[in-house]
Design a protein around this ligand. Structure first.
Ligand code: ADP
Ligand code: MG
Length: 260
């Protein structure tokens, strides 16, 4: 199968005063449809820069980024905005929920851009929240929810319109260990179920164990790009998600969230 995401000679230079910061240098990667891909590396290595390039949030200094057959690095800002709304989803470390909207209204946002009517999009949003164990939180505002709950709302929002690719930059960075596992597990399950390609930045190598592909960035270059054997990924997932994970055929043990 042709890759869903591909870069060619990708380079990104930031100018800070008279200084030049080479954040990415000659990055050539390819991610296959349906893959769970982790981008790892130390702080400042260029992970977020790479994710922003892949997601069309920033323009490269040199080189190309393709999503499917579309060269997103050649699109105008307005073309990019439309492309992102139609095909891409995002999950942020700081959740980025709109504080004045309820959980369901936040989740329904991407559907509005797709022209889904008010009644149907609220229904779809509630269904997506229920999958995340948040059916009873649909009417809550972000400030009335814990960090883990807010991030699950963020996940529901990213998935609700079934984009081709979802990008996440340190999505569990603000969460404790138990919540991290739960949130990661849910993202993975949802992506696998819907066949969505999932690209996640993390600085925690432990979390990358559940990925099909692990791309390690160092000083803006690809240090390694490893496609893990499926049996190893399966074993790592079992260990990481012990108690949550029943294997590929199993059902999620996630229950309705009763915690506050
Ligand atoms: P990571 O996500 O791996 O921590 P980043 O991609 O955020 O790393 O940053 C890579 C390098 O690029 C760092 O040296 C950082 O300081 C620099 N950088 C990132 N964004 C900008 C920016 N907007 N302006 C200037 N320098 C930046
Ligand atoms: Mg970063």
């Amino acid at each position: 199968m042709p890759p869903i995401i591909r870069t060619e000679g990708l380079r990104k230079v930031y100018r800070v005063g008279h200084e030049k910061v080479v954040a990415l240098d000659n990055v050539n990667i390819a991610i296959e449809p349906g893959e769970m891909c982790c981008i790892v590396g130390t702080s400042g290595s260029g992970k977020s820069t790479l994710l922003n390039q892949l997601a069309g949030l920033e323009k490269p200094t040199r080189g190309q980024v393709y999503i499917g057959k579309h060269e997103i690095s050649a699109m105008s800002e307005s073309e990019l905005a439309k492309f992102r709304q139609a095909h891409l989803g995002f999950i942020f470390q700081s959740y980025n929920l709109l504080p004045s909207l309820t959980a369901a209204e936040n989740v329904a946002m991407p559907l509005m851009f797709k022209g889904v009517g008010q009644k149907q999009r609220m229904e779809m949003a509630r269904q997506e929240l229920a999958k995340m164990g948040l059916a009873k939180r649909a009417g809550h505002k972000p400030t009335e929810m814990s960090g883990g709950q807010q991030q699950r709302v963020g996940i529901a929002r990213a998935f609700v319109a079934r984009p081709r690719v979802i990008f996440a930059d340190e999505p569990t960075g603000n969460l404790d260990t138990a919540t991290t596992k739960q949130v990661l597990y849910q993202m993975l399950q949802m992506a696998k179920e819907a066949g969505i390609t999932f690209v996640m930045v993390t600085h925690e190598p432990r979390l990358a164990g559940c990925a099909d592909r692990v791309i390690t960035i160092q000083d803006g270059r690809v240090l390694s790009d490893v496609l893990e054997p499926p049996q190893i990924v399966e074993k790592n997932r079992r260990e990481l998600f012990a108690g949550l994970y029943d294997g590929p055929e199993g059902q999620s043990k996630q229950k309705e969230d009763e915690s506050t």
